[in-house]
Design a binder for this molecule. Structure first.
Ligand code: ADP
Ligand code: MG
Length: 242
């Protein structure tokens, strides 16, 4: 049984078809690393999975919820499918804890006390127990991104989508965020990551997906795919980034 099932999804922006029949099956506990050149459709695919974009044809089912139909309950969907972005998008006037508490209290109507307890738990998980009452401007980029991860975790998602979450960080801050993601992977969280961190994709991923011109051009076990890319496009891509 797939936790996320993507069947022949096509998506266009005007005349520009950016997903040209994408199919993927993601099982519980999978850590899927999506790589590929800029413009190949990686972000669009993630955005379709949690309903931030509509698509023209095909089907996406995430944790039993069919995504993309007029009847899709987006609020329900996003409780199950969390997303973390390159830009952390924290509210600057709220503390770390308040940022994390927002969705549980507003969307889930959780009590303040319970939401605060959850915030303490998920901020501890990302190593920020000491920073609960700090404002985003008082945190480094890596810390802000960890708050953003904690904010997603507070909703207890079944799957977490991460779109280049280390790309906006100074190089010395990348590892602290990757370590958190690796820990989540080890705990069995289902993850779909768009990433430029090839070593991370190889070592932590259970599945590698290479997107090229809106299609899944190659996929497989990361170590095997990296060791012997079959297509010239992936050979070239791996050659460029490594
Ligand atoms: P990637 O994440 O792999 O860099 P994207 O999914 O962001 O690629 O973009 C794929 C293609 O879709 C690109 O050609 C991009 O210009 C186009 N695109 C993305 N978002 C929009 C949008 N909101 N409106 C029009 N075109 C878009
Ligand atoms: Mg992108």
């Amino acid at each position: 049984m797939s936790l996320v099932s993507i069947r022949d999804v096509r998506k266009s922006f005007g005349p520009n078809e950016v997903l040209k029949g994408v199919s993927l099956d993601i099982a519980k506990g999978d850590v899927v690393a999506i790589i590929g050149r800029s413009g190949s459709g990686k972000s669009t695919l993630l955005r379709c999975i949690n309903g931030l974009e509509t698509y023209q044809s095909g089907t996406i089912v995430a944790d039993g919820i069919e995504v993309g139909g007029a009847a899709t309950n987006l609020r329900e969907l996003r409780r199950h499918v969390g997303m973390v972005f390159q830009q952390f998008n924290l509210f600057p006037h709220l503390t770390a804890a308040e940022n994390v508490m927002l969705a549980p209290t507003v969307v889930n109507k959780t009590s303040k006390a319970e939401a605060r307890a959850t915030a303490a738990e998920v901020l501890a998980k990302v190593g920020l127990s000491e920073k609960m009452d700090a404002y985003p401007s008082e945190l480094s980029g890596g810390q802000q991104q960890r708050v953003a991860i904690a904010r997603s975790l507070a909703m207890r998602p079944k799957v977490l989508l991460c779109d280049e979450i280390t790309s906006a960080l100074d190089p010395e801050l990348v590892n602290e965020v990757l370590r958190v993601v690796e820990q989540l992977a080890r705990e069995g969280m289902t993850l779909i990551l768009v990433t430029h961190e090839m070593r991370f994709a190889r070592d932590v991923g259970t599945k590698l997906v290479f997107m090229h011109h809106g299609k899944v051009h190659e996929e497989g076990v990361p170590k095997e795919v990296f060791a012997a890319p079959r297509t010239p496009e992936l050979q070239q891509f791996v050659g460029q980034v490594s």
